[in-house]
Design a protein around this ligand. Structure first.
Ligand code: GCU
Length: 622
């Protein structure tokens, strides 16, 4: 049968539909891979900045709090092309200017503004940041202005010219500034607005503090004129004896020879990139020491082209599923997890340092953990680098949380871009085994379309990892619990949040329910637990005491032992965290108290219960 497309009436409609389908697919792919016509931030991201030549812009930045956004809109609310809050040098004494960076207070970058100044604790609005720096240009280089993240809506200006805008509070972005930098003094100005909106991602309603600002590191990244911009170097899950991936070169001469090698092993291959700078990589990789929690072997991987040699530290492993089991390197693994918000241990505020990452991951290991769920958004890159080094498996997620505007195209594009930025930044990190596209999202046709689109995007960007989401449970009768969310059919691993014993019944209820899974897929309890104020003690029927919380955990552990399809557990949550929803005086005071540890690092009684349970699971595995 020929696949001719006829021009008849019905054929014409079919032809139109077919052409529309092809065009949308090409737009989708082009948007994804930063090919011509795509938004400059659609996954076109400089990765592995820690192994590149950088100039840090961290430190003190001058700041102006601007709740009425007079620095951007005129009095008729017309936006300005360049922002009014430009630099304030070369002023004439007669000029009418009603602001001055030089005379304004400073904020530390990286860092949220809420915990740096009492007057900004609840602030949601715009803060203008300015940093002056000296720079000496080189003729043979490109320079990028790179942000680890800015929450939530950032407009960036360099020497008075708007470079662009980034929306999304937890993923990196960069702008090429090669031809915009000047020799000597430069001035970068950033308008950061953390107002919440229904159509945003996350939406207006969350259970965490809306920390605003330049919350992660800012730097200049220097590269040769032609440079290695992006790559994916991982084991082929279908053939673990091979490395399969690709490299992306950018700059003056994108089509060129690129060598990928692992000096410790003698593995090496040379490929020729196409006119777009891209080339696939497939090379036999015999005898690699596979990355595991017990032996997190990282190899130096060199990606070299004439004039540019980029090194990365990459672990090699496979992650697959078989029925109800998750297989790491072909072996069943039980995920002994804990959820983590990006609340800085001990000092509080948005976590943004490698010490913050080490403290949180150290506490997870103290619990005999081998897995963390980085809720509910993309965490700082140092967290993933440390988890790679420490051998801690990771569930990473985008803030598609609760009641997202499922029908809004811009909302979908926003979520897809944030997912793309997260996957692009971290798809060479062995520790990441799960990408999650949603948390506790009410089912509807629009939600299914939105989320299956994100799932497809995920699999296109990274065919080597598993896709999951945190779903909600439901009851059949009063004691049979099922997970029958239709999204489960599209996932590799089912995440399920359940608060039996806290929101659902009293602490002894978990021991009285029976679970059923309708899907032949691994299930992780991606949240469970209850609240307690550290140091509050009474009988175990008194809410908010450590005894009440511990009783929930004891009964939850009893319940886990009866569930044969359970592949992992993730208590909510490692440490107490700030949330404006949690206002109970003398107990919550603006904190969600479901931590197993207080924000001061004090371990609650329930911590010991999880530590003992995970110790058992660890011994079972040995
Ligand atoms: C939900 C939600 C969390 C929230 C938690 C709670 O499951 O996913 O973000 O903090 O419950 O109620 O504490």
């Amino acid at each position: 049968m020929t696949n001719q497309i006829s021009a008849s009436g019905t054929g014409r409609a079919a032809l139109r539909a077919f052409v529309a389908l092809v065009l949308s697919a090409l737009c989708g792919l082009s948007a994804l891979f930063g090919v011509s016509g795509a938004n400059a931030q659609d996954v076109d991201l400089l990765i592995n900045v820690d192994n590149r030549e950088t100039v840090s812009l961290d430190g003190d930045w001058r700041t102006i709090v601007d709740p009425y956004e007079v620095g951007y809109y005129d009095y008729r609310w017309h936006p300005s092309q360049w922002g009014f809050f430009r630099d304030d040098t070369q002023r004439d004494k007669s000029q009418l200017i009603e602001y001055s960076f030089d005379r304004s207070p400073q904020l530390k970058v990286p860092g949220d503004w809420n915990t740096q100044r009492d007057d900004l604790y609840y602030y949601e609005g715009t803060v203008w940041y300015r940093k002056k720096f000296d720079f000496t240009k080189r003729s043979d280089e490109r320079v990028f202005l790179y942000f680890g993240a800015a929450n939530y809506d950032a407009r960036v200006y360099l020497n008075g010219e708007q470079l662009g805008r980034h929306i999304g509070g937890f993923t990196p972005f960069d702008f090429e500034v090669t031809d915009k930098l000047q020799d000597g003094e430069n001035s970068v100005v950033v308008k950061v607005d953390n107002k919440r909106y229904q159509d945003a991602v996350p939406t207006i309603n969350t259970d965490w503090w809306n920390y605003g600002g330049l919350t992660r590191r800012v730097m200049l990244v220097r590269t040769p004129r032609t440079y290695v911009r992006d790559y994916m170097i991982q084991l082929d899950p279908r053939d673990p004896g091979k490395i399969k991936g690709w490299v992306q070169v950018a700059g003056d001469e994108p089509s060129r020879l690129v060598t990928v090698s692992i000096p410790d092993t003698g593995i090496s291959t040379t490929v020729k990139t196409d006119d777009e700078g891209r080339a696939n990589v497939v090379v036999d990789a015999p005898g690699l020491e596979l990355w595991t929690p017990e032996h997190p072997r990282l190899y130096d991987v060199l990606i070299e082209t004439a004039g540019h040699a980029l090194i990365d530290q990459i672990g090699f492993r496979t992650i697959t599923t078989k029925g109800h089991q998750i297989l790491l390197n072909g072996e069943p693994v039980f995920l002994r997890g804990v959820c983590i918000h990006e609340e800085a241990p001990l000092r509080t505020g948005r976590a943004c340092t490698v010490e913050d990452a080490r403290t949180s991951l150290g506490w997870a290991k103290d619990m005999n953990g081998n897995f963390v769920r980085l809720a509910h958004y993309c965490h700082q890159e140092q967290m993933l680098r440390e988890a790679d080094r420490e051998g801690i498996l990771v569930w990473a997620e985008v803030p598609v949380y609760w009641t997202i505007s499922w029908d809004n195209k811009d909302t979908y594009e926003n979520a897809r871009r944030q997912l793309g930025e997260m996957v692009t930044r971290d798809r060479n990190r062995a520790c990441v085994i799960l990408w999650s596209v949603a948390n506790e999202t009410p089912n509807s046709d629009a939600r299914m379309k939105f989320l299956t689109g994100l799932i497809d995007t995920c699999r296109t960007l990274d065919p080597t990892r598993l896709v999951t989401a945190a779903l909600e449970k439901s009851y059949q009768g009063d004691s049979t619990v099922v997970i029958n969310d239709p999204l489960g059919d599209h996932l590799d691993v089912i995440g399920c949040n359940e608060y039996i014993g806290w929101y659902d019944g009293m602490p002894d209820k978990p021991a009285r329910v029976r679970w059923q899974s309708t899907l032949d897929k691994p299930v992780i309890f991606s949240e469970f637990g209850g609240g307690a104020l550290y140091g509050l003690h009474a009988d175990d029927r008194t809410r908010w005491t450590e005894e009440f919380q511990a009783d929930i955990y004891r009964n939850q552990v009893e319940m886990f032992r009866e569930i044969d399809f359970l592949a992992g557990t993730c208590p909510w949550i490692l440490m107490d965290f700030r949330s404006p929803r949690r206002t109970l005086p003398d107990i919550q005071d603006g904190w969600n108290r479901k931590g197993l540890i207080s924000e001061r690092g004090e371990k609650k009684e329930a911590f010991g219960i999880m530590r003992a349970f995970y110790g058992e699971k660890l011994r079972e595995q040995e």
